[in-house]
Structures are given as structure tokens and as C-alpha cells.
Ligand binder design. Sequence first.
Ligand code: MIC
Ligand code: SF4
Length: 643
Amino acid sequence: MGYTIAQKIIKNHLVCGEMKAGEEIGLKIDQTLTQDATGTMAYLQFEAMGIDRVKTELSVAYIDHNTLQAGFENADDHRYIQTVAKKHGIRFSRPGNGICHQVHLERFSKPGKTLIGSDSHTPTAGGIGMLGMGAGGLDVAVAMGGGTYYITMPKMIKINLVGKLSDYVGAKDVILEVLRILGVKGGVGAIVEYGGEGVKTLSVPQRATITNMGAELGATTSIFPSDEVTKAFLSAEGRVEDYIELSSDADAQYDAEYTVDLSKLQPLAACPHSPDNVKPVSELSGMKINQVCIGSCTNSSMQDMLTVAAMLKGKTVHPDVSLSISPGSKQVYTMLAECGALADLIDAGARILECACGPCIGMGFSPKSAGVSLRTFNRNFLARSGTADAQVYLVSPETAAASAVAGVFTDPTTLGVAPVVTMPTAFTINDNLVEMPASESEADAVVVERGPNIKPIPVGKAPEKDLRGELILKVGDDITTDHIMPAGTKVLPYRSNVPKLSEFCFTVCDKDFPERAKARGGGVIMGGQNYGQGSSREHAALVPLYLGIKAVVAKSFARIHVANLINFGIVPMTLKNADDYEKFAQGDALEIKDFAAAVAGKTETTLVNVNTGESATLCLNLSSRQREMLLAGGCLNYTKNQK
Ligand code: MIC
Ligand code: SF4
């Protein structure tokens, strides 16, 4: 039997385990990336491991999330990351160089290699045929130290692309269509591969838009073949030597296959508050809008920006609309300036922001009260924009530009013939904002600078013999990490200060949660389906740990979050019978007899509601490595015990 693209890369990097869907496998990781909002923790954990120099082929530390420096905290964290990177052999992408995924795609990604990043959109690199996966900072730290990265061997989903996109229909519309078909849980436990004749009509940045938002499907990653288009992109980036051809075997087997006809697609929008709440833009036409934001790691490439510039040239942004544009990288920004397109954007009234995540992570540009905001981003989770009652729609750059001018939701295909956008065949290359690490002989002399905002990381404890605690919080389906540990201007500066961060934990759902959890000394959280979807932020595990949470019971979990819970010693368990969710109410006293024994070796245990006497069977779907980690109170203790 032949192999899929992802299976070929996995086979080449397999350290342990069997390539059977559902089994735990260990992979060798070639490259890592971190960003600043998760990087501080990742490097603190790397330092705690006592390894002098990274053992990967390439590790890069980006500064792109916490770039609003309203106080000393972010600047201190940046300095910490800069110095720790210099000392330990990591390249440092300075603030101003761009969003990690866009820069990595341009300058470092390689077809056929493995990459993990402390950011859930690391699958962006799948656009170039690289196996890129989002992970918690601790897993990235382990990989930097040369350690194995563990995942559950995914199933394979194939999306056959046929035809060619019509005018004003973009790559964003392709992934919104896939989200419409599969939903935010549709990719859980799977790798999504793209194939078919339509692939060759898409550029690498377009492919990257599609794999980027595979994160919103819950997929382990998404990947495209590496072909002549990939070669042309690498050659425009001056690194054609990184090209290898990569495709699936003709007899490769997929667990599910879907077909998307590119020529039949129309502009789509993901409506509040979920990326899979997809409708045709034509159905929303005429709705008054207040804000448009163009950029983010999903849609900030040169191709996206040139398209928007051509559509805005000679026009004025509607007086009731505020338009922000964040180019994805310094390379894009420079080339926009060089070709004059930047002037077209400025002239039309766009508010140009620095090349960083910006409004996508709620770092400024929050919409007005109950404002309608159209964004080319990848997530429209409740309150993520910084305005609790904002209505955020995810759209293509084409729909965003057309609507910004009209002041109402506008289907760009009604505008007639689209302007022709020609991409340069050679890009402007200048890596002057990537600082190289100190050589091994100079590394000793580098002093790592730590600001007062960096507080110790909480460490987990071994599970008690019997678990007793209150059901301290009960939440519904599709709880995101933005619910658990919100981001934005007020919270992000404290990503290295867990005690302070804990004041914001779950406040989107329940403003009293942090106080209650502290007063009761923690307890158990119960969730619905897909608990912990979204970001890779391990703070969504670390902060509950700090607040005394011992276990999370849910109908199902998102991949990265469940790994983070285990890494920090919080036991994840699923309800065998989803209807049993109804047997428990917030505030109930809970008990699991012989809890430690269940963690050590049982696949099922019983959760008792002490108040009502009812009970439910819980499943412990854990590998033996994960059980050992939980028994040690988390990965750091486990790693120390192994030394
Ligand atoms: C996000 O888009 O939610 C983030 C911010 O990039 C996160 C990482 C973080 O929380 O720092 C992600 O996607 O992993
Ligand atoms: Fe940054 Fe937004 Fe991309 Fe996350 S999704 S990496 S916040 S641009």
C-alpha cells in the first residue's frame, strides 16, 4: 500500500510507535518556532532542563504577539527571549520582522521536514509541504533539547480540489468551504491533505492560508504537495536548494475524501462566534459594518496585500468604517513600499499597523460596542477582539476590501472584472532582523536578562489516592482557550506571571470563577464536546493548575489542549456516555475512589455525585507515557525523575 504525503514525512521521522491511526507515535523534530506570548514559558522550561544548546536543525524565536508595550512587561519579556535565544543557539526574529508563520513560510520552511511551534497555526508551513504542528511550549522546549514529540497517529482526510477559483474568490473561501463541510471538530485526530488538479492553480501563500485555518478544523495539521509552484516560490525567496518534490502515492489510502470545485465557490463568511458558522456573503449583503481588519497569519501575504491595494486604489474607505491593515512580514511591507501599493492603501484611508498579530489577538483595534467587524483572520471566538458584544465575521481580503469601501457587507463578485495582480518572480530578501545566536564559545558570556514580571511556574502534584472536590465550573460545548485563558491588551502582558494571569481565568464565562476556585482550593471542571479548542497556549492548563484544578471531565477534548493538561499534571477524562453530563451540576461534591490507581493503569473509572448519589463512567484514554507523566505530577517532574 502506498503512502500519503504526511505518512511519508512521518515515516522518515518516526522515533517510536506504530503508524496505526489512534496509536501514540514519537517524531523527530527538525525545526521549532516560538512566538513571544508562549515563548517566555517555553524558554523558562528549556532553561529548567539544563541543556546548553538546541539540538534541532533550526529553532527560531519570533516577537509578533505582544507588541503593544503599554508597560514594561512585554519589553522585558522580549529582552528575556532575545538573550536566552542568543545563549542557547536560537535565531531571534526581532519585533518588526513580522508574524511567525508568515516569516517562517518565506524564509525557513522546507518541504519534507518537521516543525513544531508554540502556536496553533504552525500548520501554515503545510502550504509548502512541511509537516508543521502546533504544540504547548513545554513540548517545544523538549523538542529544542532534541527530545521526541509525541502525537496520536492521525487518520488521513483528503480534499480533492478541482477547477480554478473565479475572480474575487480567494483561498480563504476554500478553507471556509472546508470548515462549512467538516466543522470545527471535523479534523480532530486527522491530517487534512489537499490534492487534485486544482492544487496547481494555487500559489504557496494561498495554500498556506488553507493549511493555516486547518487549525480551526481541529486537525493535527494540513498539508499540500510540493510541486513546481512550490519550487517557484522557493526560488523567488532565493532558496531553491530547499526544494524537494513531494506527492502522495497513487495507491495511498485515505479515511475520508471530499471534493471542492474551486470554480463553483462563491465568497463566504464565518459568522459570529465560530469559524464554522459559514454563510455565503451574498446572504449578508447590505448589512452595515463598522470595522474591517486585514492581515494576520492567515491573509497577510504579498498576494493578499496587492489584491487589496488594487481594489482600494483611487477609492476612499467609507466614512463609517475603520480599516486596519497589518502586512504579514517585513518582506511584504518593504515590497509594498517599493512597488507603490503601500501609497494606494494609505491614500484610501487604511490605518497601517506594524507587521504583527495586532487586532487578531485583541492587541488594539477592538471594535465599538456591538460593532460589526469584518476580519481576514482565522478566529472569531466570543470576546477575542476585546469587545465583549462585537460581531466578528471572518472573510477573504477581497470581501474585506469591497466592504470597507461600500460601508456594508459586499459580495466582491458583484464588482465586475477583478484587477490583475502580478506577483514578482523574485522577492526582496533581507534577513537583517533575524539575529544569529552566539557561537558555542561565546555563549557562556551571554547574560540572560529577566524582568520582574517573570514569576515561577507552578508545578503539578501526583494524583491523590481518592479524588474529592467540588464541580467548580460546568461549561458547554466548544469551549475555546480564549474562554479559559483570555488574551488581549490587559491580559497578554502577564503571560510570564501565572498568579496575575489567574485573575482572568474563565472570566469570559463566569467572572467569579477565579475567586471561587481560590476560596475552595480548586476542584474539577466539566466541559462538553471539543473542550480546549483553539490556541496552543499552555497557560490554559497552567493557570487552572495554579487555581487547584485536579481533573477536567469532558465529552471530548481538543488535541493540543489535552496534551497541555497532561504536561502539567491535570488529569483529562471523558464521559463514556455523553448524556451523563446532565447528572452533574456546578457546585456538586464529586468523588472518584482509587483515583491514583485509575490514572496508573485503568481505562475506566467511576465519578460519583456525592450530592445526588448518581454516577458516571469516565474513560482514561492515556498512553503509558502519559500515565507516568501524570503520576509524576506533570512533564517537568517526569523528565527530572528520568535523569
Ligand atoms: C492565537 O491565535 O490564539 C494565538 C495567540 O496565536 C495562540 C497562541 C497564544 O495564545 O499565545 C495560538 O494560536 O496558539
Ligand atoms: Fe497571531 Fe492571530 Fe496568527 Fe495567532 S492567529 S499567530 S494571534 S496572527
